[in-house]
Design a protein around this ligand. Structure first.
Ligand code: AMP
Length: 393
């Protein structure tokens, strides 16, 4: 059985075609500059196929993708594709799990799309394009927020007027839920039980930390939007909102400009003035660049603060897992974070910590908390959910 995982953005559409017999990726790729001019890159059998094509909308991208699956002999017939799973950024409290798309689901998606105006409408375009192109194939929607729906009100509510929650849905929703759920399931397989306390650190360009107990989310660092929590590549993470008015006034900016600065010009990029990419920061840090050293200290401090907070919330921790671009590939950041956690009995093995992008336990045998590197796989999680739903439909 073959399933396609889709991540549609406003001008891009990423896909992975997965063979569910052995969960291997058959082909993957991205369609870009949709609505501008258009190009695609498809990876298959060790080859990379790239072409500029006219992509006036998401339907064009999906039609060309399906055409290429046939012409490149990736599949013999489109009938081999038995399901399409779509990543959706925001499910609010309307969706607490993956569901098969029907008219009611599309109506609900329509009703919440203004909560993620840059993402949800684009995700919906992807769904509609597949509904048109493959009308007999079920589509599912997998929400970045769904895993976090188990948080309790005292966790997800902000200490602001309660009416804001009642009238406008102002609360913490979290993000990266599909990744944190994948890490939880993998930890479940490693430990052979879901009876554990896990602090899952998804540290990529976007970053979030989640406290998990018995397989469910207890708290997570992102909030009403993915701007909250730890410091990220270009996002500030938590700040005092009172800093906004003086900057608006002094720089003659409006609120959209400031939110844009907090999303795109802050975090590692903003503080260092060097780059948003941790590889560049590490090089500058190793060369003794003062701002890079400051930025790394702040970055690590923010991650450590959340881990410490969640350690107390969970009443201890069985394991800490590092995942995503930085978490999987930066021994330096992992070491700096774990060194800050020594008072909790965290000990990492420096040799084991040299790993990049490979599932490994990097803690010493006598570490009080086990520390893992676990490469995340959101596409596979989406495909697994899709398979489970269509099998039981
Ligand atoms: P993601 O958002 O999960 O794709 O992560 C992307 C980020 O991972 C990049 O912006 C880099 O900051 C970081 N990254 C990727 N490879 C490395 C590496 N070898 N060392 C440090 N950071 C890395």
């Amino acid at each position: 059985m073959k399933i396609i995982s889709i991540n549609a953005g406003s001008s891009s559409l990423k896909f992975s075609l997965i063979n569910m017999e052995d969960e291997s990726v058959i082909a993957s790729g991205v369609f870009e500059r949709i609505g501008i001019d258009g190009s695609y890159t498809i990876k298959f059998n060790g080859e990379k196929y790239t072409e500029n094509v006219n992509l006036s909308n998401h339907n064009d991208a999906v039609n060309i993708l399906l055409e290429k699956l046939i012409s490149l002999n990736i599949v013999n017939s489109l009938e081999e594709i038995e399901g399409v799973g779509h990543r959706v950024v925001q499910g609010k409290d309307v969706f607490d799990k993956t569901v098969i798309v029907d008219n009611e689901v599309m109506e609900k998606l329509e009703s919440i799309k203004h909560f993620a105006p840059l993402h949800n409408p684009a995700n919906m375009l992807g769904i509609e394009a597949f509904q048109k192109a493959l009308p007999n194939v079920p589509n599912t929607v997998v929400f970045d927020t769904a895993f976090h729906q188990t948080m309790k009100p005292e966790t997800y509510l902000y200490p602001v007027p309660y009416e804001w929650y009642e009238k406008y849905g102002i609360r913490k929703y979290g993000a990266h839920g599909t990744s944190h759920r994948y890490i939880t399931e993998t930890m479940n397989q490693i430990l052979n039980t879901d009876n554990f306390k896990l602090i899952s650190c998804h540290i990529g360009n976007g970053a979030s930390i989640t406290a998990i107990e018995n397989g469910i989310c207890v708290d997570t660092s992102m909030g009403f939007t993915p701007l909250a929590g730890v410091m990220m590549g270009t996002r500030s993470g938590d700040i005092d909102p009172s800093l906004i008015p003086p900057v608006m006034e002094s720089e003659h900016k409006n609120i959209d400009d400031i939110i844009n600065d907090l999303n795109k010009n802050s975090g590692v990029l903003g503080l260092s003035g060097i780059s948003s990419d941790m590889r560049d920061l590490e090089t500058a840090y190793e060369n003794g660049n003062e701002r890079a050293i400051l930025t790394m200290k702040k970055y690590v401090r923010r991650i450590t603060d959340y881990i410490a907070q969640y350690y107390v919330l969970l009443g201890g921790a069985t394991a800490i897992a590092f995942t995503a671009g930085v978490g999987e590939n930066s021994p330096l950041i992992r070491k700096m974070v774990c060194d800050n956690l020594k008072c909790l009995g965290v000990q990492i093995d420096e040799e084991k910590n040299k790993v990049r992008g490979k599932q490994t336990c990097i803690s010493t045998d006598d570490s009080k908390i086990k520390v893992y590197v676990i490469p995340t796989d959101e596409e596979l999680m989406i495909a697994r959910d899709t398979l489970n739903l269509i099998k039981n439909a």
